[in-house]
Design a protein around this ligand. Structure first.
Ligand SMILES: NC(=O)c1ccc[n+]([C@@H]2O[C@H](COP(=O)([O-])OP(=O)(O)OC[C@H]3O[C@@H](n4cnc5c(N)ncnc54)[C@H](OP(=O)(O)O)[C@@H]3O)[C@@H](O)[C@H]2O)c1
Length: 165
């Protein structure tokens, strides 16, 4: 399975249930990578999307512990085991863990590739991703040339679990 995440220089990912920043080229990359595939997200991230609606053209799996929770057009799972069961017949390359913090933490052990948009700026934030540069299990194997969006500098990075190198 893949992780797909945008982090700032402190590996922060969100504030007040919103993204820290929206960069058009990053949004396009997310769309291109995930279209036609499976995305897995937490209930809070689903609710942060426009209208609380799942993303068009992707099978969306939502994690919640609430047995009453319902949402149109998504597959609901109540624990990690149910998620793994829901994707067991899908090519793992076609499964993307799309946040937020809690769901990244729960599913990182099952992921072997992380697509990280690394934004060289420190935002005020309340949610974070694990710093893969400090995690001995992970190594960055590809980094794009530097991109800019107004005064922001960012790169697209790929990290792999070390056994996969
Ligand atoms: N930068 C990025 O790439 C990126 C991507 C996605 C999201 N984000 C940001 O991340 C922030 C949200 O992150 P978050 O950690 O607060 O929320 P989250 O992970 O999106 O959702 C948390 C919810 O998911 C459910 N959940 C989590 N772990 C579970 C488990 N093991 N089993 C069953 N259900 C589980 C629970 O739902 P219930 O409470 O319903 O039980 C929990 O409250 C927002 O600011 C969002 O914008 C950033």
């Amino acid at each position: 399975m893949n992780i797909i995440v945008a982090v700032d220089k402190n590996w922060a990912i969100g504030k007040d249930n919103h993204l820290l920043v929206s960069i058009p080229k990053d949004q396009k990359l997310f769309r291109d990578e995930t279209l036609g595939k499976v995305v897995i997200m937490g209930r809070k991230t689903l609710e942060s999307l426009p209208g609380g609606q799942p993303l068009y053209g992707r099978k969306t799996i939502v994690l919640t512990r609430d047995p009453e929770f319902q949402a149109k057009g998504v597959t609901i799972c109540h624990n990690v085991e149910e998620v793994l069961d829901a994707v067991k017949d899908t090519d793992p390359d076609d499964v993307f863990v799309a946040g937020g913090q809690q769901v990244y933490e729960a599913l990182l052990p099952y992921c072997t590739v992380a697509h990280v948009t690394y934004i060289d700026y420190a935002y005020e934030a309340d949610t974070h991703f694990v710093d893969l540069d400090q995690d001995p299990q992970w190594v960055m194997d590809v980094e794009s040339d530097e991109e800019t969006y107004f005064d922001l500098c960012y790169t697209f990075r790929r990290y792999v679990k070390k056994e996969q190198v």
